[in-house]
Design a protein around this ligand. Structure first.
Ligand code: ADP
Length: 258
């Protein structure tokens, strides 16, 4: 309990801090990016100067993605909980995910024919999934397999997860990577905890994923075996009145058709 409290306090402090900084930084990056793009279009396409500018644009864009992530992490009160068809969301991201993991890693999607919707913020869930997949990739420098799966669980009272009893949609990301030792596992979701080199890890990924799950009324579960791999599960409450609902086919309709 003390650990959870410390975690909550840290999250609060980090949220306020990152929110303020990320907001200003994001605006400044916008100015830099806008001017670089202007400059780029004025330079001949295959000139050396153009390449320099385009590389600067790439770096700035990466910086912008990072600040967006920090903003989303801090902006917790703006969370929009709505019924989300997790299967469609994952399928809609499959190309993007495949591109971010490279060619030495295989990716498999395993979803049942019907999976009820989860009550969650769709944009945040997309970012959470990207975080989990990037973590899985980083854990497999020699290649391997990532399995993204979905299932339903019903929890009774007094369940070991200490969640409210009811129905949950579980989104799981498994990898066959290096795994985590016990010390890493206990601290993995702590804000700013990272074992990655400076510039590669922020230590905010799992903290953000955990924050999202907790605010949706769910939780994060991590199982890991050093040398064998890791499974991270996002437990999300099933959307209200979803038990009998038909699956929603198109991602574009996920906000309106439920
Ligand atoms: P970051 O990825 O920036 O380090 P995270 O909060 O996402 O931040 O992860 C924290 C740490 O947890 C990582 O540095 C790594 O040590 C460990 N970790 C997370 N996901 C995995 C995974 N799939 N396999 C092995 N270790 C992991």
């Amino acid at each position: 309990v003390e650990g959870a409290l410390r975690q909550a306090q840290k999250m609060e402090a980090v949220g306020q801090l990152t929110g303020g900084i990320a907001h200003d930084f994001n605006n400044l990056l916008g100015v830099v990016l806008g001017n670089l793009e202007l400059l780029s279009t004025r330079l001949p396409e295959d000139s050396r100067l153009r390449r320099y500018v385009d590389r600067a644009i790439e770096g700035t864009e990466r910086g912008a993605v990072l600040t967006q992530r920090m903003l989303a992490f801090a902006r917790r009160q703006d969370l929009k909980l709505e019924p989300v068809d997790v299967t469609s969301l994952v399928r809609g991201m499959a190309d993007l995910l495949a591109r971010s993991i490279g060619s030495t890693i295989k990716m498999e999607l395993r979803f049942p024919a019907r999976l009820t919707s989860a009550q969650v913020d769709a944009n945040q869930l997309e970012m959470a999934l990207l975080n989990l997949v990037v973590n899985a990739r980083d854990a497999m420098p020699k290649g391997g397999t990532i399995v993204i799966s979905g299932r339903e669980e019903v929890l009774g009272p007094g369940n070991p997860q200490t969640l409210t009893e009811g129905r949950y949609v579980v989104l799981a990301v498994s990898d066959t990577g290096v795994g985590m030792d016990a010390a890493t596992l206990t601290r993995a979701a702590e804000p700013f905890f990272t074992t990655k080199p400076v510039g590669k890890g922020t230590g905010l990924g799992l903290a953000m994923v955990h924050g999202l799950a907790a605010q949706a009324g769910g939780t994060l579960r991590i199982d890991s075996e050093p040398g064998h791999g890791t499974t991270v599960e996002l437990w999300l409450p099933q959307a209200v009145g979803e038990a009998e609902a038909a699956p929603v086919p198109a991602m574009a309709h996920r906000e309106t058709s439920i």
